[in-house]
Ligand binder design. Structure first.
Ligand code: GDG
Length: 513
């Protein structure tokens, strides 16, 4: 497994002592068992720059830290990943910055990750690369290790070609991704945008979700027991570009939501808020893609119009600190906090504040208590790969009540169709949906929530990783990608000469198993 961040964090205390803390996200939970039983290794950055660390075992998973210098952190991560790709892939909600130095650093760091994987993976192993920070790794890895089966999953949207085309390095990025056997996306629309980019940039043939990539593109065709030939015939390798909507560890959220201490904490939260009739909740990383400003504007206008009253309705907004060294994020924080201050100043009273704004990260237990305390969850992202918060809210609602207001621009909208779907740019429409959520009869809430819970419990994060890995296994058995690296490299012409009498397809099929 490769991801920008390791599932463990290196923490250095004030007195200089260092320790590891686990960050058990959904991805880790889903993959832990399979990683353990297969002697899996996880390659990633441990969260501290300029601090090379040795690999170590963490509960049966081999952890391989990749070091980043302070400059790489600034150029590869904060720069190219978070200030070029992130805004570009989220429909240029913010202006992407293009710097050649950032790109060079992105290439270097991707190469380091690919080298680490090439040095670690066993013969014929499966390697799964996570997310937009590492899009060049599949090609770089295939060049060194054509015996591997390589998967890639993009957690954020893939933009339409008209937007993607801005990127000065668009060709290299698509080439990098095409080094994988399976490229996973959140939504069908993302996969469609990607295959369209492939057709526009390379003219490769696509058959539905399958792209036929010339083998020269991403590594030679290997056939055991034959020698390298002089000339090569055009041959292609199928690459699957398909949507695999990510999910959460739904059972663990449900269990937390039944925990008596957490249930009591939820009651306490409502009491502390002054027992309003309705608690609305927003939980987001403080990011401009999440539409926090649109949500606040709609809420402020509803108070101004008198359609909602602070005595009845409170909005709790958790905005967890994120990417604070990137300029755009510092501006966003200022903007949001100015808006919150204005709304509270205009509409709050001594006993009721309109918005309870919390710029903190919280333990998962507290997040679940907040979900339990909330009658309405507001997810108003302007663009979001999936949005796990929406699914987490649904998973905690054991009593089948509660209303999810969900942006149609979040990937989750493809699955959670009985949410109140909104276009967050349409402030009047958003206001109407918020009022409707506040007033929704319990029977309707339950009907809608049951359908969403069915989906979230049936299709959890384990199903997500199983379906991705099973497609990877299928494509591998079709293409023979796992033929040992020690075999000599040949091309199709040689095989045809040696197998005179068989058709090219049979010869290839026999040779590649
Ligand atoms: C990217 C894509 C895609 C947030 N604050 C706290 C906290 N969180 C947790 C949430 C949720 C996760 O962080 C955030 O996930 P999201 O999906 O909402 O958004 P991104 O961080 O932007 O994630 C996104 C995701 O990747 C997965 O593929 O869905 O579209 O942008 O789990 O609960 N958790 C705790 N304290 C906090 O303060 N414990």
């Amino acid at each position: 497994m490769l991801s920008n961040r390791l599932p463990v964090d290196r923490v250095i205390a004030d007195d200089g002592t260092a320790s590891w803390t686990h960050s058990p996200g959904g991805l880790v939970t889903a993959l832990e068992p399979i990683m353990r039983s297969n002697g899996g290794a996880w390659i990633g950055w441990p969260g501290v720059a300029d601090h090379p660390l040795e690999p170590f075992d963490s509960d049966g998973i081999w952890i391989i830290p990749v070091d980043l210098t302070a400059r790489e952190l600034e150029y590869y991560y904060e720069g190219f990943s978070n200030d070029t790709l992130w805004p570009l892939y989220h429909d240029v909600i913010a202006q992407p910055t293009y710097h050649r130095d950032w790109w060079d650093s992105y290439v270097e760091v991707n190469q380091r990750f690919a080298d680490a994987a090439a040095a670690t993976a066993a013969e014929g192993a499966t390697v799964w690369v996570q997310d937009y920070q590492l899009q060049l790794v599949p090609k770089m890895l295939r060049e060194q290790r054509p015996d591997l089966t390589i998967g890639f999953f993009n957690h954020i949207p893939f933009p339409p070609y008209g937007i993607f085309a801005q990127l000065p390095w668009r060709t290299q990025i698509v080439e990098g991704l095409l080094g994988a056997d399976v490229i996973g996306f959140q939504r069908a629309a993302d996969a469609g945008n990607f295959t369209r980019a492939v057709r526009r940039l390379f003219g490769y043939i696509t058959r539905g979700a399958v792209v036929d990539v010339p083998v020269e593109q991403a590594g030679p065709l290997r056939v055991p027991g034959t020698k390298r030939a002089r000339n090569s015939l055009p041959a292609t390798r199928p690459v699957l570009a398909k949507h695999f909507p990510i999910s959460i560890d739904s059972r663990s959220y449900e269990e937390l939501a039944r925990d008596p201490e957490i249930l009591e904490r939820a009651q306490q939260i409502r009491r502390d808020l002054g027992n309003p009739k309705v608690v609305m909740l927003g939980v987001d990383r403080l990011d401009y893609t999440k539409g926090i400003g649109h949500r606040l504007k709609a809420f402020g206008e509803l108070l101004a119009d008198g359609r909602l009253r602070v005595e009845d309705v409170t909005l709790v907004q958790v905005a967890s600190p994120s990417r604070e060294r990137v300029e755009t994020y510092r501006h966003l924080r200022d903007e949001i906090e100015l808006t919150v201050g204005r709304i509270n100043g205009d509409f709050g009273s001594i006993s009721h504040s309109a918005i309870n704004y919390l710029h903190h990260g919280y333990p998962r237990e507290e997040m679940v208590a907040l979900c339990l305390a909330a009658d309405v969850m507001l997810v108003t992202a302007l663009r979001d790969g999936m949005n796990l918060v929406a699914k987490e809210y649904v998973a905690t609602r054991n009593t089948d009540d509660g209303v999810l207001v969900l942006s149609e621009f979040a990937g989750a909208a493809d699955e959670l169709k009985t949410a109140l779907l909104v276009n967050p740019h349409d402030i009047d429409g958003l206001k109407d949906a918020m009022v409707r959520a506040v007033e929704m009869p319990r029977r309707e809430q339950q009907k809608r929530m049951r359908a969403m819970r069915k989906r979230v419990f049936e299709y959890d994060v384990a199903r997500w990783s199983d379906s991705f890995l099973s497609e990877l296994g299928t494509i591998r058995s079709h293409t023979g990608a796992a033929i040992p690296a020690a075999e000599p490299v040949v091309d199709l012409e040689d095989v045809l000469e040696q197998d005179a009498g068989t058709t090219p397809v049979e010869a290839l099929g026999d040779a590649r198993g």
